[in-house]
Design a protein around this ligand. Sequence first.
Ligand SMILES: Nc1ncnc2c1ncn2[C@@H]1O[C@H](COP(=O)(O)OP(=O)(O)O)[C@@H](O)[C@H]1O
Ligand SMILES: [Mg+2]
Length: 305
Amino acid sequence: VIIFATSDKGGTGRSVTSANVFYRKALMGADVAYLDFDFGSPTSGEIFSVQSARRGVARGGLHSYFRGDVPQPQQLDLWRESDRASLQKRPTGAGRLVLFPGDMGGGEFAVTEEMVKLCVRLFLRMEEEFDVTLVDLSAGRSYATAMVLDATARPELANVTARWLVFHRWTRQHITAADGLVNGVRGILDTGVSRGHKRPELASVIRYVRTAVIDPADKELAGLRAEQVAWLTKCNGDLLRQAAQVGIGNTTVFGSVPLDALLQWKEQLITDTDVLTRQIANQSTVDAFEDLAYRIDIDSEWETL
Ligand SMILES: Nc1ncnc2c1ncn2[C@@H]1O[C@H](COP(=O)(O)OP(=O)(O)O)[C@@H](O)[C@H]1O
Ligand SMILES: [Mg+2]
């Protein structure tokens, strides 16, 4: 199973949420890979706390692979390479957690037919080696998105399950943007069709994830004034209606992650120690990550109503 993570805007929480969800999936025993296809800004090493790959690796990353400089992209086994003590040992029962970073200084690149073929080859390898692969795409309409839409339409990948998660913040602007990225002119559906996908089939594998959501009824918000809670509740109702109108309402939402103060200030994996011992992150955030991790490769969770 390959999951493509995208968003229209930057800063939606796409990378941090995906990283945490896949970390949780590995803890559940699955072998998982995280491919940094955010070619213009390859900073996934920062989230996984790999100092040497904070801005991509010095050589042999995904950029080099697509340029044809190396036969295989560099991979980092996070149970060994992470600088955080709590991540350095693979917990009993956990699966592999492997990061494929981009290159330091690497940027966006125009895609050639050769690159699409390399992409097909890479995805076939991922399918063989890992239970679930996450491909973190750039924000908005990008070369990377067009490339993976092209690759997944090829007959070689016909038997690989490919699904899409579109991340957005829970605001008016972000809802409009997410809808535009999928359904708008030259959006994912338009581009997919131009590369050989069938529109209804592609549409049926796209779901949305709401990030940094404030739940006005949450006990964590006990410090808010009554006026603020009332206002937030009304806003929440307006957003729910807006989302439903543009087709990103309850039938297509795959999950929702609450706002967490820790993530506001630091992009990182939230460990059980952070929640239980240090108590700097909320259990409800980890619950949301675990829920997404558990359901992400279950076919029935992706069925359309
Ligand atoms: N649930 C959350 N609560 C609070 N802040 C969050 C949450 N999820 C992500 N963030 C923060 O939002 C910022 C953008 O997240 P990031 O994953 O880098 O976005 P993207 O990959 O979409 O550009 C980061 O500082 C991140 O830590
Ligand atoms: Mg990102």
